[in-house]
Write a protein that binds this ligand. Structure first.
Ligand SMILES: CC(=O)SCCNC(=O)CCNC(=O)[C@H](O)C(C)(C)COP(=O)(O)OP(=O)(O)OC[C@H]1O[C@@H](n2cnc3c(N)ncnc32)[C@H](O)[C@@H]1OP(=O)(O)O
Length: 135
């Protein structure tokens, strides 16, 4: 493993980001499930935090990959979002986000939504800069 690969592995572990949310009425839709747009906003934020923790540089979102909504997320459940860096380029990186749903009063946990977001590190001049300078 090269020093760069080792550093990527180290930072990937350190930057993994988990956020739990209760699915309460302000976030639900007319089906009484979590509104998809709210889920996407939560995913964007979690992926942004993971990417920022990874490189500790100012970032902008440059793209999102397809987002699969595999299971509805009912009101009154708990969701956990897990963001983890999945690819590192020169000035960009991609973060995979998995959203799990669990019942409040029972065991069990299902993968409900998956997606990925890409970010670019920006220098003070507004141009892309290396996410791992020195590696
Ligand atoms: C946190 C927020 O809310 S930010 C707000 C929303 N985001 C924004 O406003 C960003 C607007 N977009 C931009 O400013 C520009 O597209 C930039 C600066 C991000 C990229 O500009 P570009 O001219 O494409 O830069 P450039 O060609 O040098 O590419 C930079 C990196 O981005 C990657 N990239 C560019 N476009 C994409 C894309 N659509 N998807 C994935 N990666 C991309 C490139 O592959 C390159 O990666 P690498 O250095 O790891 O090989």
């Amino acid at each position: 493993m090269t020093p760069r690969e080792q550093e990527i592995q180290r930072r990937t572990e350190l930057s993994e980001t988990r956020v739990a949310k209760a699915v309460f009425p302000p976030t639900t839709n007319h089906h009484n499930t979590l509104f998809g747009g709210t889920a996407m906003a939560w995913m964007d934020e979690v992926s942004f935090i993971a990417a920022t923790r990874f490189c500790r540089l100012p970032l902008v979102t440059v793209s999102s990959d397809r987002i699969d909504f595999n299971h509805p997320i009912a009101a009154g459940t708990i969701v956990e979002l897990v963001g983890r860096v999945s690819a590192v380029g020169n000035t960009s990186m991609k973060v995979q986000v998995d959203v799990f749903v669990e019942d409040m009063y029972g065991a069990g946990r299902e993968l409900a939504i998956q997606g990925a977001f890409s970010f670019v590190a920006m220098g003070e001049d507004g141009k892309p800069v290396a996410v791992l300078p020195g590696f």
